[in-house]
Design a protein around this ligand. Sequence first.
Ligand code: SAM
Length: 473
Amino acid sequence: MYDVNSKCADDFIDHEEILETLAYADENKENVELIDAIIEKAKKRKGLTHREASVLLACPIEEKNQEIYKLAEQIKKDFYGNRIVMFAPLYLSNYCINGCTYCPYHAKNKHIPRKQLSQDEIRREVIALQDMGHKRLALEAGEDPVRNTMDYYLESIKTIYSIKHKNGAIRRVNINIAATTVDNYRLLKEAGIGTYILFQETYHKESYLELHPTGPKHDYNYHTEAMDRAMEGGIDDVGLGVLFGLDKYRYEFAGLLMHAEHLEAAFGVGPHTISVPRLKHADDINPEEFDNGIDDETFLKIIACIRIAVPYTGMIISTRENKSCRERALHLGISQISGGSRTSVGGYYEPEPEDESSEQFDVSDNRTLDEVVRWLMEMDYIPSFCTACYREGRTGDRFMSLCKSGQIQNCCHPNALMTLKEYLMDYASPQTKAIGDKLIDKEVLNVPNEKVRNVVLENLHLIEQDNRRDFRF
Ligand code: SAM
């Protein structure tokens, strides 16, 4: 039976509750009075329940959808301003013993080159990433308890944080690895990870079991309850996501929000981020063979509805999506994007020959980080390389209360400007630097508190004139 507080996945992602939610959404999808009331509630910026948000997602009325998009854009601005946080994935290993039918790392794939980065190779990758200007990474790996051990991850994290090349530094390491034990989550926390990310892939248990026929990932409950264990292990920033295309998107959407509600109810902290990956072509994987692909319009509506349903959460889009889709998604609620990404193991230091690719999926946005940064600034977004919250201990509910309090403009906004300035000084092309310097001059005036503004101006000067780095509020 549905129980938001239960520790059992079958209760907090109750199948019957999702079916009833979908039926309720169908019954009410053209109920203008109810839709208006839900939109009014969303305007209070306290979020929506999975039932309410599902009604909005199902609503076909164009005029109401435009209201939803407008509100999503406004909520994004209220919580995150015009900042977009930048990150890059770093693939450590594609060894995997699971049988996931949509992922080219599945154990039966005998032709994909299998690689695991050594600590020296990690060093080379990280230097290449630092030389692009990255400060925040998301570590990625397949599941192989013999090769990809917890010791390997802990050593890799230590290596990554230790590398100081020129003015570069990786200041926040997030990690996307298979579900594990409370003790291991505790070790990851102690190693200084930022967010623990784990995609649910699908919340539909029956499909999940078919899509993960073999390997430890087959255990739906162990996978779905991973965030509870992560929280018990002391990780209070966790990142949710489903892989859109595997099952029906409305089912996934309701499940995702129920998962967020569960974390908030059980631990007092909702998801730090929600990712919206879509199934892509990859090595021996053809997305056409899966029946539940969604078009761009549906995808963008999902993003807008998540944004208004969980207003405080960071929303992430990767280079699975192309430039034009990412551009539209940014307006509707995305707050973090990757740039210059490689999804192969070792691909930053040395691009792989095409016929020997270890890539996890085809990248649809192949621009360099410099091009992505410039593109964002041309649209008046501030690319942010900030990692301050987690380094100042503002994780979990402390981050949430900063986010909910509206004080972000005196904190995140200055941090974004100062880290962007570092990027411009150390890594940007002359054209990007010119646009960025102008943007900073304009945006610094938007720091509301005069004292803070003066400190920011002084720090920007020190970054430029004295080669000083790593200022933060
Ligand atoms: N092994 C970890 C796990 O069990 O969750 C980490 C996963 S993997 C490195 C990162 C994510 O890539 C997966 O969770 C999955 O959602 C996504 N992925 C796998 N195959 C994909 C494909 N063909 N297209 C797009 N994304 C894919």
